[in-house]
Design a binder for this molecule. Structure first.
Ligand code: F3S
Length: 284
């Protein structure tokens, strides 16, 4: 059997960096308790493994005092400025593993606020990354995610507008919303801050799914980017299977196929991908 493994399967650069940071901190600080501000990724296997190594997840700002004598790791999504300020106030040591692409948006948000511009973030208002960006943007920034919200956006006439995007936002939708705002106001600057990692993974996955008899998509059931990969694969290849780990793989489904494609979401650890890949290569 021929196996095609997507090169983009698994952790993106920012997630890998954050996960590696946690393990590195555990290794280097044996006498100190390690916390993450929110789950470092949406993957039960990884979270369980970290918990087994003594890492505790802080659920929110109110949990910060618990970490007074420990080290807090900020995940790749980033946090609002007030969280960093609060940790400074409490004298908590922290390691910032915010993805550099997200950090860049924080910098833009701060600079634009200082210049007096009005920041518009195109993204999901309840996503932690967007909450984080808003927390660096001054008093009166806005988040929009629909055409209707773009039509009704109200910004004082004397303010310049700066538009940025959540890193995982859909590019076509971003363009559409920017066009709506541009028709209403002239004084806008637009910075496309969408990260290419998600798009590249989806494009490669679609290309592989088109060429194979069966497709395996590996990822946590709650991971929205894995669900999206599954949809893309299912459209191109009817024999698409969504598994979390090797245990979920039904071997009978692959008995009569000649080529199998494998892809994985951004929160799927490499060892799970390797395990599935090796199993398929050896047993079929
Ligand atoms: Fe960073 Fe892009 Fe991943 S913004 S966290 S590398 S999807």
């Amino acid at each position: 059997m021929k196996v095609l493994l997507a090169k983009t399967a698994g952790f993106c650069f920012g997630v890998k960096r954050a996960v590696d940071t946690v393990y590195q901190q555990v290794e280097e600080n044996k006498d100190c308790k390690i916390y993450t501000f929110g789950p470092i990724i949406h993957n039960d296997e990884v979270i369980k493994d970290m918990q087994a190594k003594g890492v505790t997840v802080l659920e929110g700002e109110e949990d910060l005092p618990k970490a007074k004598n420990g080290i807090v790791i900020i995940r790749s999504h980033g946090v609002p400025k007030r969280i960093c300020d609060r940790m400074d106030e409490l004298g908590i040591q922290y390691v910032d593993a915010t993805c550099p692409f997200v950090k860049k948006i924080h910098k833009i948000a701060m600079e634009k606020a200082e210049e007096g511009a009005f920041l518009v973030v195109i993204g999901n208002p309840v996503h932690p990354e967007v909450e984080g960006i808003m927390g660096w943007a001054g008093e009166d920034a806005a988040v929009i995610s629909t055409a209707e919200e773009a039509e009704h956006l109200t910004v004082p006439e004397d303010r310049k507008i700066c538009v940025v995007a959540q890193t995982t936002f859909n590019y076509n939708k971003f363009k559409e919303l920017v066009e709506i705002i541009s028709k209403r106001r002239y004084d806008i600057s637009v910075l496309n801050t969408i990260c290419s990692a998600t798009k590249e993974r989806q494009t490669e996955t679609a290309r592989i799914a088109d060429r194979v008899d069966a497709m395996i998509v590996i990822g946590d059931k709650r991971s929205s980017n894995t669900q999206k990969l599954f949809e893309i694969c299912k459209n191109a290849c009817n024999n698409t299977y969504y598994i979390q780990t090797l245990d979920d793989l039904n071997v009978n489904q692959l008995r009569s196929v000649e080529t199998v494609g494998i892809t994985a979401g951004a929160s799927t650890p490499n060892n799970i991908i390797e395990e599935v890949q090796n199993y398929v290569r050896i047993n079929f």
